[in-house]
Design a protein around this ligand. Structure first.
Ligand code: PA5
Length: 429
């Protein structure tokens, strides 16, 4: 269950400004529902929740289990929307240390030679018992031509072909568009297994398609529960979108006041990468035509010791959105220590969750006294169902908020500019 409380931020906005923003949010929701806004051909992320593809979920779950049993290493090779969702969900829902099942590694998300060289060496290293590692690669690219992903895949493909010869196609799974793109050409030539990314779902809205679901299944997470968490959010918000409309209106009104930064803050290190997914979803959707609130991520209390000073007293150009988990997922308590030489016995018997909660409440109090508008998004517990719900919450918020700015939330024309310059410098014809 997700709740959204804009109370701490609302006092920064005058009533008439809020009402104006709220009217824009209402109109934006109509555009989404009626498919009348710009980019409405990319609204498939809603349709896939209206009519979930159970057969595909079963196929992904059983392949996930099979790979989980066989693989020592599973590499997710993709960039942007083609890996951030999987990383976010896997980090939120699997143990920090000693996870069972294959080690999940990422590639294709940058062009760092050192990383790739070390990755290739690590993959070739035998296991402790001297036997070779069993490696699976999932290359994910909707366009099938993104340079970062294609370069890493070239290295990985060569390695897999060297290692497994005729059986290489068993170890490579491709996730791409139905047709077109260079990756489809390779798939045809080599006979690799393939999952399809629907044409009407853009990269950053694709975590609930095979793009995210296959790696998430390999990580041992119940993808059906995750997806159906999003489906129940879809059905709930179909009936009542009030929470999201309020948040979208508030963000719009805050944007009008000239604030330029939204810090997505969490006190749960498990949700750090989820912040990264939100950052891409909002950033690539809203940052156009000179508009948008720059989304950034902070993991507290760690970042209270780096960004905290700025947030408390620096330029008043920011708002903060807290992602909160209410139910503790650890019972770890502080022990009583004989002698109390570290003077922490006043905390003895308290759980780390309780202490973390007080740190959060104290931070919210201090930041709101420091004139930071604060929104609180609460998850009742950290589980697959709630994460599915949270995914749809942010997708819908993004669609409504960005439409309320009068901008297309589903394209990313600015990303092409660096590519053009890079390809020119690389001499691509
Ligand atoms: O959200 C988006 O559309 C982008 O971030 C893409 O996911 C990213 O650029 C990767 O593209 P592709 O999947 O085509 O390799």
């Amino acid at each position: 269950m997700i709740t959204c409380d804009i109370g701490f931020a609302r006092k920064f906005i005058k009533d008439d400004e809020y009402l104006k923003a709220r009217r824009k949010a209402d109109m934006a929701l109509d555009q989404l529902k009626n498919k009348t806004g710009p980019g409405s051909e990319w609204l498939g992320w809603r349709d896939l929740l209206a009519d979930p593809n159970d057969a595909e979920i079963e196929e992904i779950s059983s392949l996930g289990e099979e790979v989980r049993e066989k693989a020592d290493i599973f590499i997710v090779c993709g960039i942007g929307g083609s890996y951030l969702g999987a990383k976010a969900v896997i980090e939120a829902l699997t143990p920090h240390f000693g996870s069972k099942g294959p080690e999940i590694l990422f590639a294709g998300h940058h062009i760092g030679g050192k990383y790739l060289e070390e990755l290739m060496a690590y993959l070739k290293e035998p296991k402790e018992d001297g036997s070779p590692k069993n490696i699976y690669v999932n290359v994910i690219s909707k366009s099938g031509s993104t340079l970062e992903t294609a370069l890493s895949f070239r290295l990985l493909r060569e390695l897999i072909e060297d290692l497994y010869g005729d059986d290489a196609s068993e170890h490579i799974i491709c996730t791409t568009s139905k047709e077109g793109g260079l990756l489809n050409k390779v798939i045809k030539e080599k006979g690799y297994r393939k999952f399809i990314i629907p044409d009407d779902v853009g990269g950053r809205y694709s975590v609930l398609t095979p793009v995210g679901l296959l790696p998430i299944a390999v990580a041992g997470i119940d993808v059906r529960t995750l997806l159906y968490g999003a489906v129940s959010a879809y059905n709930r918000y179909k009936e009542n979108t009030e929470d999201i409309l309020e948040y979208a209106a508030l963000r719009n009104a805050i944007h009008e006041t000239g604030k330029t930064i939204d810090v997505f803050a969490t006190f749960e290190p498990e949700l750090s990468s989820f912040g990264g997914w939100i950052q891409q979803l909002l950033g690539e959707s809203e940052g156009k035509e000179g508009q948008g609130i720059f989304p950034t991520v902070a993991t507290y209390s760690t970042d209270l010791h780096s960004l905290g000073q700025f947030i408390q007293q620096g330029q008043r150009s920011l708002m903060e959105t807290f992602i909160i988990v209410e139910k503790p997922f650890s019972d770890l308590e502080v022990n009583e220590l004989e002698g109390n030489d570290d003077e922490l016995n006043y905390l003895a018997g308290k759980s780390f969750h309780e202490i973390n909660t007080k740190a959060r409440e104290g931070t919210i109090e201090a930041h709101s006294e420091g004139d930071v508008p604060i929104v609180k998004i609460c998850l009742s517990a950290l589980n697959a169902e709630n994460i599915g719900e949270l995914i749809y919450f942010f997708e819908l918020l993004t669609g409504i908020f960005v439409y309320s700015l009068g901008v297309n939330p589903f394209n990313q024309p600015g990303v092409e500019d660096y590519k053009k310059a890079m390809y020119r410098l690389l001499g691509k014809h």
